[in-house]
Design a protein around this ligand. Sequence first.
Ligand code: DCP
Ligand code: MG
Length: 392
Amino acid sequence: QTEEADVMLLSVPSYACQRKTTLQNHNSVFTDALTLLAENAEMEDEDGRGVAFRRAAAVLKALPKAVTSMKQLNGLPCLGDHCQRVIRDILENGISSEAEATRQSERYNALKALTGIFGVGAKTADRWIRDGIRSVAMLRDSGHALNRAQLAGLQYYDDINQPVTRAEADAIGDIVERAVASVLPGAQISLTGGFRRGKLTGHDVDFLITHPEEGREEGLMPKVVSWLDSQGFLLYQKTMRNSYLESKDGPARPPSSMDRFERCFSIFKLTTEQKQEALTAEAPTESQHPESQMKCGELKETGHAGHKPWRAVRVDLVVSPISQFAFALLGWTGSKLFERELRRWAGYEKAMSLSSHALYDNVQKRYLRAASEQEIFAHLGLEYIPPAERNA
Ligand code: DCP
Ligand code: MG
């Protein structure tokens, strides 16, 4: 009888965009190990292996309860031999020896420290390690030539590697709102990324800006950036065309409208006062807010840690014309794996190309319009998955 209870029948569809994945994870002991191995593979520039680990972790995150025996894995997708070995190790020994060995390896720790610098990717980190640099302190002492992003990354290293709270994200949202309202009244901002999915912390804060009248958003980013800069909110900023950034994203991009799609990588200076103001503004509704206690606690802590009355926060801004807004919102909400799986589903199952600008039907040879995320899921023949359930 126990045997039978043990073999709960688990089944999940194979694409992450076909599943509801909340933040409630019953299998974190397995997914933590697989995520660490994914992270390691990505830092080693082995993207294929990285995705395989991420897909396996996402399958386990979608399960309604904890895995307790290997038999339960029968029939589950995306669990190759390697991932099964990791899971078996944890079931038998409590830990994954491979994940532990990786966690303790000098190379993993060096890669993690160096890629933790804003502006430093896997290739640069590898080059520095081959030059004998294994830590941020060694990099500081090395006299290596650094670009502007990396200099800012080093300067604000500690702040940037401290998780951003929801209270801080809201305070930044207020500032971006003021910037946008003063340079283009009627423009709208949306919080995207992990915070839109309901995460309580993030590595940055992501915003999407648009205007309900097509074309009015043109030239908006430089204006927003100079307003923010003039008010002393920016420690660093670099504004770029999105076409350049998404060059490996697939073929579905209309070049003409793309030119207007801009992105700004920035580092904000958030003062304790600004954060306090955002909290006070929220005060009337605070009793309905489950995290309000925690937020105040955090604020106090930051206060008496007090080397300086402000912190640096990574903020990404994207401007989209309203005609592409639904695609941009879907594309910037994530998770990264969920996005990748949406594009894979579109290509392999529907002969369509999805990007954060458009959806192209390769059979009908035309773009499919959408004014909401719901319409995009419908075009793709997928059940609508709300942001809070895209945490694959
Ligand atoms: N995104 C993407 N591809 C990229 C960069 C971003 O698909 N190369 C999308 C998916 C992400 C979203 O944009 O969810 C925001 O990117 P982040 O790196 O900020 O990811 P999250 O906000 O999900 O995570 P975090 O909480 O760590 O900021
Ligand atoms: Mg983010």
